[in-house]
Ligand binder design. Sequence first.
Ligand SMILES: [Zn+2]
Length: 363
Amino acid sequence: MQFKNIKNQHVLINHLTEIIDAGRISHAQLFLGETQSGSLAMAIAYMQYLCCTNRQHYHEDADHHYHTPDGSPTLLRADSCGTCPSCAKFEALMHSDLHFVFPNITSASRQNEKPSSEDFQAEFMEFLRKYGQYGTLNQWYEELSVENKQGMIREQDAANIVKYISMTTYEAPYKMVVVWCAEKMNISAANELLKTLEEPIGKTLIILVAESTERLLSTIISRTQEVSIPPLQNNTYSHNEVYAPLFVAWMRMLFKLNMARLSEWVDQVAKMGREPQKEFLLYCMESLRECLLRNVTQNTYKPLIDFGDDKFNQSFYAVITPRNISLMNEALNHTLMAIERNASPALAFMALSFKMSSYISKK
Ligand SMILES: [Zn+2]
Protein backbone atom coordinates (compact mmCIF):
# COMPACT_ATOMS: atom_id res chain seq x y z
CA MET A 1 0.00 0.00 0.00
CA GLN A 2 1.51 3.28 -1.09
CA PHE A 3 0.41 6.40 0.75
CA LYS A 4 -1.10 7.77 -2.46
CA ASN A 5 -3.79 5.09 -2.27
CA ILE A 6 -4.98 6.26 1.14
CA LYS A 7 -7.89 8.64 0.84
CA ASN A 8 -7.96 12.15 2.32
CA GLN A 9 -5.16 11.77 4.90
CA HIS A 10 -2.36 13.75 3.29
CA VAL A 11 -1.77 16.02 6.31
CA LEU A 12 -1.07 13.08 8.60
CA ILE A 13 0.84 11.21 5.89
CA ASN A 14 3.17 14.17 5.30
CA HIS A 15 3.81 14.33 9.03
CA LEU A 16 4.59 10.60 9.18
CA THR A 17 6.98 10.62 6.22
CA GLU A 18 8.85 13.56 7.76
CA ILE A 19 9.28 11.62 11.00
CA ILE A 20 10.46 8.51 9.18
CA ASP A 21 12.87 10.54 7.03
CA ALA A 22 14.27 12.03 10.23
CA GLY A 23 14.78 8.49 11.57
CA ARG A 24 12.59 9.01 14.62
CA ILE A 25 10.89 5.62 14.66
CA SER A 26 9.25 4.51 17.91
CA HIS A 27 9.42 0.75 18.27
CA ALA A 28 5.83 0.51 19.54
CA GLN A 29 3.07 2.63 18.08
CA LEU A 30 -0.67 2.83 18.46
CA PHE A 31 -2.58 3.82 15.33
CA LEU A 32 -5.88 4.99 16.69
CA GLY A 33 -8.87 5.61 14.46
CA GLU A 34 -11.85 4.09 12.71
CA THR A 35 -10.97 1.21 10.39
CA GLN A 36 -12.75 3.00 7.58
CA SER A 37 -10.61 6.08 7.97
CA GLY A 38 -7.71 3.88 6.86
CA SER A 39 -5.90 3.05 10.12
CA LEU A 40 -4.79 -0.43 8.99
CA ALA A 41 -3.91 0.79 5.50
CA MET A 42 -1.91 3.57 7.14
CA ALA A 43 0.04 1.10 9.32
CA ILE A 44 0.97 -1.01 6.30
CA ALA A 45 1.85 2.02 4.14
CA TYR A 46 3.97 3.36 7.03
CA MET A 47 5.99 0.13 7.16
CA GLN A 48 6.28 0.01 3.37
CA TYR A 49 7.69 3.54 3.31
CA LEU A 50 10.05 2.73 6.17
CA CYS A 51 11.50 -0.24 4.26
CA CYS A 52 11.39 1.25 0.74
CA THR A 53 14.89 1.43 -0.74
CA ASN A 54 13.89 4.15 -3.18
CA ARG A 55 11.68 6.63 -1.29
CA GLN A 56 10.23 9.25 -3.58
CA HIS A 57 10.44 12.88 -2.46
CA TYR A 58 8.31 15.15 -4.58
CA HIS A 59 9.13 18.57 -5.97
CA GLU A 60 7.60 21.47 -4.03
CA ASP A 61 7.00 24.65 -6.03
CA ALA A 62 6.96 28.25 -4.79
CA ASP A 63 3.24 27.97 -3.93
CA HIS A 64 3.91 24.88 -1.78
CA HIS A 65 2.22 22.54 -4.22
CA TYR A 66 3.89 19.17 -4.77
CA HIS A 67 4.48 17.58 -8.15
CA THR A 68 5.52 14.04 -9.05
CA PRO A 69 8.47 13.70 -11.49
CA ASP A 70 6.09 13.61 -14.48
CA GLY A 71 4.57 16.93 -13.39
CA SER A 72 1.28 15.61 -11.97
CA PRO A 73 0.00 17.45 -8.91
CA THR A 74 0.00 15.52 -5.62
CA LEU A 75 -0.86 16.38 -2.03
CA LEU A 76 1.99 14.25 -0.69
CA ARG A 77 5.54 15.40 0.03
CA ALA A 78 6.88 11.84 -0.32
CA ASP A 79 5.84 8.24 -0.87
CA SER A 80 7.29 4.76 -1.17
CA CYS A 81 8.26 3.86 -4.74
CA GLY A 82 5.88 0.90 -5.08
CA THR A 83 8.31 -1.05 -7.25
CA CYS A 84 11.59 -1.77 -5.39
CA PRO A 85 11.93 -5.40 -4.18
CA SER A 86 10.74 -4.44 -0.71
CA CYS A 87 7.71 -2.49 -2.01
CA ALA A 88 6.80 -5.31 -4.35
CA LYS A 89 6.59 -7.69 -1.37
CA PHE A 90 4.47 -5.23 0.58
CA GLU A 91 2.16 -4.71 -2.39
CA ALA A 92 1.71 -8.47 -2.64
CA LEU A 93 1.33 -8.65 1.17
CA MET A 94 4.06 -11.27 1.17
CA HIS A 95 6.93 -9.73 3.09
CA SER A 96 8.77 -12.26 5.21
CA ASP A 97 9.56 -9.70 7.95
CA LEU A 98 5.97 -8.46 8.21
CA HIS A 99 3.54 -10.33 10.48
CA PHE A 100 -0.14 -9.85 11.18
CA VAL A 101 -1.97 -10.61 14.40
CA PHE A 102 -5.75 -10.17 14.49
CA PRO A 103 -8.89 -11.46 16.23
CA ASN A 104 -9.36 -15.15 15.49
CA ILE A 105 -11.56 -18.01 16.56
CA THR A 106 -11.39 -21.60 17.59
CA SER A 107 -12.69 -23.63 14.74
CA ALA A 108 -14.22 -27.07 14.92
CA SER A 109 -12.44 -28.17 11.75
CA ARG A 110 -8.99 -27.24 13.02
CA GLN A 111 -9.35 -28.72 16.50
CA ASN A 112 -6.51 -26.51 17.66
CA GLU A 113 -6.05 -26.25 21.39
CA LYS A 114 -4.09 -23.02 21.06
CA PRO A 115 -5.77 -21.00 18.34
CA SER A 116 -3.87 -18.05 16.93
CA SER A 117 -3.77 -15.73 13.95
CA GLU A 118 -1.32 -18.12 12.31
CA ASP A 119 -4.21 -20.52 11.64
CA PHE A 120 -5.95 -17.87 9.50
CA GLN A 121 -3.14 -16.16 7.57
CA ALA A 122 -4.44 -17.11 4.13
CA GLU A 123 -7.96 -15.96 4.97
CA PHE A 124 -6.64 -12.69 6.37
CA MET A 125 -4.54 -11.94 3.27
CA GLU A 126 -7.62 -12.61 1.16
CA PHE A 127 -9.63 -10.22 3.37
CA LEU A 128 -6.97 -7.49 3.04
CA ARG A 129 -7.01 -7.84 -0.72
CA LYS A 130 -10.77 -8.00 -0.98
CA TYR A 131 -11.40 -4.81 1.00
CA GLY A 132 -8.25 -2.94 -0.02
CA GLN A 133 -7.10 -2.85 3.65
CA TYR A 134 -10.23 -0.89 4.61
CA GLY A 135 -12.27 -3.88 5.80
CA THR A 136 -14.04 -3.74 9.16
CA LEU A 137 -14.05 -6.26 11.99
CA ASN A 138 -17.57 -7.33 11.00
CA GLN A 139 -16.47 -7.91 7.43
CA TRP A 140 -13.59 -10.00 8.75
CA TYR A 141 -16.04 -12.06 10.84
CA GLU A 142 -18.18 -12.53 7.73
CA GLU A 143 -15.09 -13.74 5.89
CA LEU A 144 -14.49 -16.29 8.67
CA SER A 145 -18.21 -17.20 8.80
CA VAL A 146 -18.02 -17.09 12.58
CA GLU A 147 -21.75 -16.70 13.08
CA ASN A 148 -22.11 -15.99 16.79
CA LYS A 149 -18.54 -16.52 17.91
CA GLN A 150 -16.48 -13.57 19.07
CA GLY A 151 -12.95 -13.26 17.75
CA MET A 152 -10.13 -12.74 20.18
CA ILE A 153 -6.37 -12.23 20.32
CA ARG A 154 -5.06 -14.76 22.82
CA GLU A 155 -1.89 -15.88 24.65
CA GLN A 156 -0.60 -17.85 21.70
CA ASP A 157 -0.73 -14.70 19.55
CA ALA A 158 1.28 -12.79 22.14
CA ALA A 159 3.79 -15.67 22.24
CA ASN A 160 3.99 -15.56 18.45
CA ILE A 161 4.81 -11.83 18.56
CA VAL A 162 7.81 -12.64 20.77
CA LYS A 163 8.80 -15.33 18.27
CA TYR A 164 8.49 -12.93 15.30
CA ILE A 165 10.64 -10.22 16.83
CA SER A 166 13.25 -12.71 18.03
CA MET A 167 13.80 -14.03 14.51
CA THR A 168 16.56 -12.62 12.36
CA THR A 169 15.25 -10.37 9.64
CA TYR A 170 15.38 -11.72 6.13
CA GLU A 171 15.61 -8.49 4.21
CA ALA A 172 13.98 -5.56 6.01
CA PRO A 173 15.81 -3.32 8.47
CA TYR A 174 13.01 -4.05 10.97
CA LYS A 175 11.04 -6.97 12.24
CA MET A 176 7.48 -5.77 11.90
CA VAL A 177 4.21 -6.80 13.51
CA VAL A 178 0.79 -5.28 12.93
CA VAL A 179 -1.75 -6.09 15.65
CA TRP A 180 -5.11 -5.30 14.10
CA CYS A 181 -8.09 -4.65 16.41
CA ALA A 182 -5.74 -4.62 19.38
CA GLU A 183 -8.72 -4.00 21.69
CA LYS A 184 -9.67 -7.63 21.10
CA MET A 185 -6.65 -8.84 23.09
CA ASN A 186 -7.65 -10.80 26.16
CA ILE A 187 -6.03 -9.91 29.44
CA SER A 188 -3.34 -12.58 29.44
CA ALA A 189 -2.34 -11.74 25.86
CA ALA A 190 -2.17 -8.06 26.85
CA ASN A 191 0.05 -8.83 29.85
CA GLU A 192 2.32 -10.96 27.72
CA LEU A 193 2.58 -8.22 25.09
CA LEU A 194 3.32 -5.68 27.77
CA LYS A 195 6.54 -7.52 28.65
CA THR A 196 7.55 -7.40 24.99
CA LEU A 197 6.89 -3.68 24.80
CA GLU A 198 8.97 -3.09 27.91
CA GLU A 199 11.98 -4.94 26.59
CA PRO A 200 12.04 -4.69 22.81
CA ILE A 201 14.43 -7.04 21.05
CA GLY A 202 16.66 -5.52 18.39
CA LYS A 203 15.21 -3.45 15.61
CA THR A 204 11.51 -4.05 15.94
CA LEU A 205 8.40 -2.16 15.02
CA ILE A 206 5.07 -3.16 16.50
CA ILE A 207 2.03 -1.18 15.40
CA LEU A 208 -1.17 -1.73 17.33
CA VAL A 209 -4.20 -0.67 15.32
CA ALA A 210 -7.30 0.11 17.39
CA GLU A 211 -10.49 2.11 17.15
CA SER A 212 -10.42 3.37 20.73
CA THR A 213 -8.29 3.15 23.85
CA GLU A 214 -11.24 2.16 26.06
CA ARG A 215 -10.53 -1.56 26.08
CA LEU A 216 -6.75 -1.34 26.08
CA LEU A 217 -4.63 -1.62 29.23
CA SER A 218 -3.41 1.80 30.29
CA THR A 219 0.06 0.31 30.74
CA ILE A 220 0.04 -0.70 27.06
CA ILE A 221 -1.15 2.72 25.96
CA SER A 222 1.58 4.41 27.95
CA ARG A 223 4.26 2.29 26.28
CA THR A 224 3.22 3.15 22.76
CA GLN A 225 3.54 6.27 20.67
CA GLU A 226 0.04 7.31 19.69
CA VAL A 227 -0.76 8.29 16.10
CA SER A 228 -4.35 9.40 15.76
CA ILE A 229 -5.97 8.86 12.40
CA PRO A 230 -8.56 11.58 11.75
CA PRO A 231 -12.04 10.50 10.67
CA LEU A 232 -12.56 10.72 6.92
CA GLN A 233 -14.01 14.00 5.79
CA ASN A 234 -16.53 13.41 3.13
CA ASN A 235 -16.02 16.71 1.43
CA THR A 236 -13.84 17.77 -1.41
CA TYR A 237 -12.77 21.13 -0.01
CA SER A 238 -9.60 19.68 1.51
CA HIS A 239 -8.43 19.05 -2.05
CA ASN A 240 -8.64 22.72 -2.91
CA GLU A 241 -4.90 23.28 -3.05
CA VAL A 242 -4.36 20.79 -5.85
CA TYR A 243 -7.64 20.87 -7.70
CA ALA A 244 -8.29 24.63 -7.70
CA PRO A 245 -5.34 25.52 -9.99
CA LEU A 246 -6.32 22.65 -12.31
CA PHE A 247 -9.92 23.84 -12.39
CA VAL A 248 -9.03 27.51 -12.99
CA ALA A 249 -6.63 26.67 -15.82
CA TRP A 250 -9.22 24.37 -17.40
CA MET A 251 -12.10 26.82 -17.25
CA ARG A 252 -9.94 29.55 -18.79
CA MET A 253 -8.95 27.22 -21.63
CA LEU A 254 -12.56 26.38 -22.31
CA PHE A 255 -13.46 29.99 -23.09
CA LYS A 256 -11.05 30.13 -26.00
CA LEU A 257 -10.33 26.60 -27.08
CA ASN A 258 -6.59 26.40 -27.52
CA MET A 259 -6.03 22.80 -28.60
CA ALA A 260 -2.33 22.69 -27.78
CA ARG A 261 -2.86 23.94 -24.21
CA LEU A 262 -5.92 21.75 -23.76
CA SER A 263 -4.16 18.56 -24.77
CA GLU A 264 -1.34 19.39 -22.33
CA TRP A 265 -3.93 19.82 -19.59
CA VAL A 266 -5.65 16.54 -20.52
CA ASP A 267 -2.27 14.75 -20.42
CA GLN A 268 -1.62 16.10 -16.95
CA VAL A 269 -5.03 14.97 -15.65
CA ALA A 270 -4.74 11.60 -17.39
CA LYS A 271 -1.57 10.87 -15.37
CA MET A 272 -3.18 11.57 -11.99
CA GLY A 273 -4.71 8.14 -11.43
CA ARG A 274 -8.37 7.18 -11.29
CA GLU A 275 -9.12 8.05 -7.66
CA PRO A 276 -7.79 11.63 -7.95
CA GLN A 277 -9.59 11.99 -11.30
CA LYS A 278 -12.88 11.07 -9.67
CA GLU A 279 -12.17 13.43 -6.78
CA PHE A 280 -11.36 16.21 -9.23
CA LEU A 281 -14.68 15.68 -11.04
CA LEU A 282 -16.51 15.86 -7.71
CA TYR A 283 -14.54 18.99 -6.90
CA CYS A 284 -15.69 20.52 -10.22
CA MET A 285 -19.33 19.78 -9.38
CA GLU A 286 -18.99 21.34 -5.91
CA SER A 287 -17.23 24.38 -7.35
CA LEU A 288 -19.87 24.93 -10.03
CA ARG A 289 -22.63 24.62 -7.45
CA GLU A 290 -20.89 27.27 -5.33
CA CYS A 291 -20.63 29.54 -8.36
CA LEU A 292 -24.31 29.09 -9.18
CA LEU A 293 -25.28 29.99 -5.61
CA ARG A 294 -23.29 33.19 -5.86
CA ASN A 295 -24.79 34.03 -9.22
CA VAL A 296 -28.43 33.47 -8.29
CA THR A 297 -28.07 35.34 -4.97
CA GLN A 298 -26.41 38.29 -6.72
CA ASN A 299 -23.20 37.48 -4.92
CA THR A 300 -24.67 37.66 -1.40
CA TYR A 301 -23.85 33.96 -0.83
CA LYS A 302 -20.48 33.52 0.89
CA PRO A 303 -18.56 30.86 -1.05
CA LEU A 304 -16.81 28.00 0.75
CA ILE A 305 -14.36 27.49 -2.08
CA ASP A 306 -11.51 29.86 -2.74
CA PHE A 307 -9.98 29.29 -6.18
CA GLY A 308 -6.74 30.94 -5.08
CA ASP A 309 -6.95 33.43 -7.96
CA ASP A 310 -8.55 36.84 -7.26
CA LYS A 311 -9.56 37.63 -10.79
CA PHE A 312 -11.17 34.23 -11.23
CA ASN A 313 -12.86 34.42 -7.81
CA GLN A 314 -14.42 37.76 -8.72
CA SER A 315 -15.71 37.02 -12.19
CA PHE A 316 -16.11 33.34 -13.03
CA TYR A 317 -19.26 32.67 -10.98
CA ALA A 318 -21.30 34.97 -13.25
CA VAL A 319 -20.87 32.48 -16.09
CA ILE A 320 -22.66 29.67 -14.24
CA THR A 321 -26.42 29.73 -14.62
CA PRO A 322 -29.25 27.30 -13.79
CA ARG A 323 -29.39 26.54 -17.48
CA ASN A 324 -25.80 25.53 -18.17
CA ILE A 325 -25.02 23.95 -14.80
CA SER A 326 -27.40 21.05 -15.36
CA LEU A 327 -25.73 20.27 -18.69
CA MET A 328 -22.31 20.54 -17.07
CA ASN A 329 -23.26 18.31 -14.15
CA GLU A 330 -24.59 15.70 -16.49
CA ALA A 331 -21.36 15.74 -18.51
CA LEU A 332 -19.21 15.59 -15.34
CA ASN A 333 -21.26 12.71 -13.95
CA HIS A 334 -21.07 10.87 -17.24
CA THR A 335 -17.26 11.21 -17.16
CA LEU A 336 -17.14 10.08 -13.53
CA MET A 337 -18.97 6.89 -14.44
CA ALA A 338 -16.75 6.36 -17.49
CA ILE A 339 -13.63 6.64 -15.29
CA GLU A 340 -15.15 4.17 -12.84
CA ARG A 341 -15.75 1.77 -15.70
CA ASN A 342 -12.07 2.01 -16.72
CA ALA A 343 -12.55 4.18 -19.79
CA SER A 344 -9.42 5.91 -21.13
CA PRO A 345 -8.99 9.02 -18.94
CA ALA A 346 -7.38 10.98 -21.79
CA LEU A 347 -10.32 10.36 -24.14
CA ALA A 348 -12.91 10.91 -21.42
CA PHE A 349 -11.44 14.26 -20.31
CA MET A 350 -10.98 15.43 -23.90
CA ALA A 351 -14.62 14.66 -24.76
CA LEU A 352 -15.70 16.33 -21.52
CA SER A 353 -13.69 19.44 -22.38
CA PHE A 354 -15.48 19.88 -25.71
CA LYS A 355 -18.88 19.55 -24.06
CA MET A 356 -17.97 21.92 -21.22
CA SER A 357 -16.64 24.45 -23.69
CA SER A 358 -19.93 24.61 -25.55
CA TYR A 359 -21.96 24.81 -22.30
CA ILE A 360 -19.86 27.56 -20.79
CA SER A 361 -20.82 29.97 -23.56
CA LYS A 362 -24.52 28.99 -23.24
CA LYS A 363 -25.54 31.25 -20.39
ZN1 LIG B 1 10.12 1.03 -2.72
